[in-house]
Design a protein around this ligand. Structure first.
Ligand SMILES: [Cu+2]
Length: 494
């Protein structure tokens, strides 16, 4: 619950409190702590249901077959000056002098070895978003590794267990480091024998610029915290505002989309080109999904298969974001040239939907209430079950490193997010894939896995998963400002 501090009698403070109360519109009610509501007295019958759900076809995956290939990369994180946005020179923080950073590529089963060199003025790390990997390589400072201090380096090394579209970014002061340009795609291929289809990577981002045209250096502001994080006035694809994708009539292409923005949600639409979602958050969907259901919260990825009609030629089509009331141009698809014989769809690579309908009758194992209150280093802090964990102070101060939540390896687990606030919260769990079971108690079937789910104002979302990798995994809101002001916790899988 969010209460104005009665001891604070300054008029400006009172005004600010009123502003925050109005904008956050926080719930006036309080609930019992999550633990009290969670089902700690599961009956034998419920346990049988859990076992059945964990064994359902498609609920888990075979262990990956390792290849003998090791892919080595070096990433130097450093300030840089690069030509971006509408062509201007922009002062950024970049991996290897590029924004987005270099796309890393490897095949499933390969070993990835990445040496991170920190030439930034502050500590950093790399989190491999969406990957199932060795917990010690997950990149959460103060939890899975010490922060990589300026001048230091750290080598990440792990086997790639899943083919798909992933990405990486710092997991410390993300509100500043990701916003300044530290992010890039990691594409894990199906292997050399997989059918080849032309593919493009589109990194979706937005930028808040100050009056001098440079990145606004005011991070984690009251305004950001009272809203859905930092939303910029400029929207870019791969760092620029005028991306053009040239396609031929009849051509088919796989577009790998990722949303790296601090807070903005994207809902891209592709005009008259046929567009289907064939993978989400790095996992193939169970069937091609119509693009009109596609919404990308911060952290989400989607592979969209575009098919140009053979009869279309000499046309320019606008790709637009439709999440906000004002449609924003993202890119242009330029269809020209001789027609191409349509390639076979690769959307045949699908994963079965596990039948988890019986999960409806199970109680949630853990419940996470999402809310805010006054206090903390930024004046407002975002909470999970009334607790905060600030990544800004990982490894530096009295952060609690213990998990409050324990999930059992191999057990069907149901988690519930209850958003008691009026803001958006894209909730992300490290090292796990999950499925949405219900929204506001109403069962839903999405036909795909996720690692990040957008929880709307006052909404509750039930998710199901079968944890498989032991370790201490972060669970947090992927709006960087909410995250940095405390909206994170740890779950231990054992
Ligand atoms: Cu949030």
């Amino acid at each position: 619950m969010f209460i104005a501090n009665s001891q604070d009698s300054r008029p400006t403070a009172r005004l600010r409190s009123a502003f925050l109360l109005g904008v956050l519109a926080l719930a006036a009610c309080t609930r019992e702590p999550g633990r009290a509501q969670a089902g700690t007295t599961a009956t034998d019958e419920q346990e049988e249901v859990r076992q059945r759900l964990a064994r359902a076809p498609g609920a888990t995956w075979e262990a990956v077959r390792e290849t003998s290939v090791t892919r080595e990369y070096e990433l130097v994180a450093a300030p840089a000056r690069v030509q971006l946005l509408d062509g201007r020179m922009l002062d950024v923080w970049a991996y290897n002098g590029q924004v987005p950073g270099p796309t890393l590529r490897a095949d499933v089963g390969d070993r990835l070895r990445v040496r991170l060199v920190n030439r930034l003025p502050q500590a950093t790390s790399i989190h491999w978003h969406g990957l199932r990997l060795d917990n010690t390589m997950d990149g959460v400072p103060g939890v899975t590794q010490p922060p990589v201090e300026p001048g230091e380096s750290f080598t990440y090394e792990f086997v790639l267990e899943d083919a798909g579209t992933f990405w990486f970014h710092p997991h410390i002061r993300g509100s500043e480091q990701v916003e300044r340009g530290l992010h890039a795609a990691l594409i894990v291929g199906d292997g050399p024998s997989a059918p080849a289809l032309r593919e493009e990577v589109w990194v979706l981002d937005d930028w808040r610029l100050a009056e001098d045209g440079q990145i606004d250096p005011r991070f984690v502001t009251r305004h950001d915290l009272a809203h859905d994080g930092r939303w910029g006035q400029m929207v870019t694809v791969n760092g620029v505002t005028a991306t053009t994708l040239a396609l031929r009539p009849g051509e088919r292409v796989r577009l790998r989309l990722l949303n790296v923005s601090n807070g903005r949600v994207f809902r891209p639409r592709f005009g008259a080109v046929k567009a289907e979602v064939v993978a989400f958050d790095g996992r193939p969907t169970s069937r091609p999904l119509p693009v009109d259901v596609l919404e990308l919260a911060p952290g989400n990825r989607a592979d969209v298969e575009l098919s140009v009609p053979e009869t279309m030629s000499d046309q320019q089509l606008a790709v637009e974001d439709t999440f906000t009331r004002r449609r924003l141009p993202l890119a242009t698809i330029d269809v020209r040239g001789p027609a191409e014989t349509a390639k076979a769809s690769i959307s045949a690579a699908t994963l079965p939907d596990p039948d988890w309908s019986a999960a409806t009758g199970l109680p949630a194992d853990e419940l996470f209430r999402l809310n805010a209150r006054r206090g903390g280093p930024y004046g407002v802090e975002w909470t999970l079950n009334d607790q905060v964990m600030s990544p800004a102070h990982h490894g530096h101060s009295s952060v609690q490193h213990e998990s409050r939540y324990t999930l059992k390896d191999g057990r069907f687990t149901k988690l519930q997010f209850v958003n008691e606030s009026a803001r958006l919260h894209p909730m992300h769990i490290h090292g796990q894939f999950f499925r949405v079971l219900a929204r506001n108690g109403v069962p839903v079937e999405e036909h795909h896995w996720r690692d990040t789910v957008l929880v709307g104002p006052r909404e509750s979302v039930d998710i199901g998963l079968v944890p498989r990798d032991a370790g201490l995994w972060a669970l947090h809101c992927h709006i960087q400002e909410h995250h940095d002001s405390g909206m994170m916790t740890l779950v231990r899988v054992e």
